[in-house]
Design a binder for this molecule. Sequence first.
Ligand code: 5MM
Length: 341
Amino acid sequence: MNIEKLQQTAQGMAAPGRGILAMDESTPTCSKRFEKLGIPCTAEHRRSYRDMLVTTPGLGKYISGAILFDETLRQSTLSGTPFAVHLQQQGIIPGIKVDAGAKALAGHGDEKVTEGLDGLRERLAEYAAMGARFAKWRSVITIGAGMPSPACSMANAHGLARYAALCQEADMVPIVEPEVLIDGDHTIERCFEVTRDVQQMVFAQLTEQGVMMSGIILKPSMVIPGKDCVQQATIEQVAEQTVRCLQETVPADVPGIAFLSGGQSDEEATAHLNAMNRLGKKLPWAVTFSYGRALQAAAMETWGGKAENVERAQKVVSHRARMNGAAASGEYAPDMEQQAA
Ligand code: 5MM
C-alpha cells in the first residue's frame, strides 16, 4: 500500500470548490433512464452520452473526479481517446464502480446486501492498469418497520470495509457509500438515528479491517425526512442535522465527504450542500458532492440521444457543475440559477 499515493488521490478528489461526477450507472439503470426519454439503449448511445458529459468544455474546473462503469472504462471518446485518458487530460481523476449491485439479503424481506467481493483483487488490478485511481461501492439501507435490521447494517458495513481494504492494497482510493434511502414516510429524526448508527458501524468495520482513514472518501446520504413524510424539513434543518451526524461519526483524518443526491431535485441537492458549507462551523473534512442524477438529469433530457443537441446539453452540464462547485465552497445563491438562464 502506497500511503502517499492514496492520500494524494484522496486529497485531489476532495479539492476545494470541486466535486465528483457519478456517471457509473450500470447498464440496466442507464437503460431505464434512456427508455423514459425514448433514447435507444445501445452500447453506442451509452458511449455517446458519456462522451457528451466528459467533453463538456471546462468540466475540470468544477469536477475533480468521475466514476465510470466497467463498460465506459473500456470505451473511448469520439476522437478515439480512452475515457480514462481524456479525463486525466482534463485534470479529472478517473474512478470505477466495482460493486456488483445490491441483492436480496437472505431471510430479511426487502433488505439488501451489496455483493462483489469475489475476484475483486484481480478486477482492481485490471482497472488500475486501465487508469482508474479510485473505486466506488454502494450499499443501500432502507428505513421502515423493523428496518434496518442489525443483520443488514452489519453485513453492508462489513462488505464496505472488506472492499475498502482491497482498494487500498491496490493503491486505489475507496469511495465508501452507505446510502440510507429517502423512500418512506420516516421523520428527519429517524433518518438521523439510522444514518448515525450505520455510519458508526461502517467506521468500526473500516477500523477493524485496517483501512487508513486518510485514504478514503465517504459518500453518504444527507439526513433528510422520507419523501412521503408529512413533516418536510427546511434547507437549514437538513444541513444542521447532516453535519451534526457527521461530527458524531466521521474521524477527522478522512479528507472528504462527497454526498450523493439520492432522489433530491437538482436545486435542492445544491442548496443543501451550500447550506452545510455556510453553517460557519470549522469542519475537519471537505464537504462536497458526488451526484449522479442531480448533475445529469437535465442534461440527459436536453441531449435526448441526438448529436445536434450535444452543445446545448453540455451547457446544462456545465451550469450544474458550476452551481455545485459554488455550493462546495458555500458560495451558491439561488439567483445564480436565473442569471445563467
Ligand atoms: C449513477 O448511479 C450510480 C449507479 O447506480 P446503479 O448501480 O444502481 O446502476 C449510483 O451508485 C450513484 O453513484 C449514487 O447513488 C449517487 O447517485 P445519485 O443519483 O443518488 O446522486
